[in-house]
Design a protein around this ligand. Structure first.
Ligand code: 4FV
Length: 251
């Protein structure tokens, strides 16, 4: 079983500790399917004030993370695992926007993944030039720090590692697993506040249930994310259903 390994470099490890020690991620670490180490960049400063940021050359608002503590931290991470290969990822708004395909790629990664979390205005450019292999963004907005982005990347990739989720199948069948949005889900009671669970789901007819779920995935995708239809692997049946849905004014 491939073990997915992350070393997270941050000035605020406390932001990450909670989510990484709960539920599925906690179990994945206990099962040895997920390796996670947090490194506090401030531990790699050398002055008595443990200064990890400084004012920008050329003047402007905000502070810039100093290169030295980050270089020392990454060199320490690599020194702690001789012979291992590393992929160093900077979380930043300038990165490739992270998506399901990105999560799938990272979930199969055999190199140890170093996630570098920025804070303040930016990180000294020489870190990007000399240490960063790739940049990832979780979306076109600005966060106060890269920690939340690191958590998103770890969570989305880890749950795709075989054995992390209960029955593997659930990872394949949820949104984006097959390029479409997920179908509606129901559980007991069969009627709630006057709303019944669709009959077909109570029928036990698995073929009919499969068809209904595929149709509802196509409906949701057509309604909410028609852009995904361009890249989804659609069958002839899917195209027929989509034509019906487009004709079906109820859409
Ligand atoms: C971000 C994002 C992000 C930029 C300045 C941290 C902040 C601060 N990271 N996807 N969007 N980072 O906004 O990954 O250092």
């Amino acid at each position: 079983m491939n073990k997915l390994s992350f070393d997270v470099l941050t000035l605020f490890p406390g932001i990450l500790e909670g989510p990484l020690n709960e539920s599925i991620l906690k179990r994945a670490r206990e099962k040895g399917l997920l390796g996670l180490r947090l490194w506090n960049i401030r531990d790699f400063t050398e002055d008595k004030h443990q200064k990890a940021d400084d004012s920008p050359y050329g003047g402007e608002a905000g502070m810039v993370m100093k290169p030295e503590p980050i270089f020392r931290a990454i060199e320490q991470v690599k020194a702690a695992a001789p012979g291992e290969r590393f992929l160093t990822v900077l979380l930043s708004p300038q990165g490739k926007v992270f998506d399901h395909a990105g999560a799938e790629r990272l979930s199969r990664e055999t190199r140890r993944i170093i996630l570098l979390c920025g804070h303040y205005e930016a990180i000294d450019e020489r870190v990007r030039q000399m240490l960063v292999d790739e940049e990832l963004s979780i979306g076109d907005y600005v966060l106060t720090g890269g920690e939340l982005a690191a958590l998103v990347v770890i969570d989305a990739a880890a749950r795709l590692v075989p054995g992390v989720l209960g029955d593997d199948e659930s990872a394949y069948r949820d949104s984006f697993g097959d390029g479409l949005l997920d179908h509606p889900h129901y559980t007991r009671p069969a009627e709630f506040r006057g709303r019944k669970v669709p009959e077909v789901l109570l029928s036990g007819n698995h073929d009919a249930i499969w068809k209904w779920r595929r149709r509802e995935s196509l409906r949701a995708t057509l309604l909410k994310r028609p852009d995904l239809l361009e890249t989804a692997g659609l069958t002839e049946d899917d195209r027929k259903v989509l034509e019906e849905l487009k004709r079906d004014s109820k859409l």
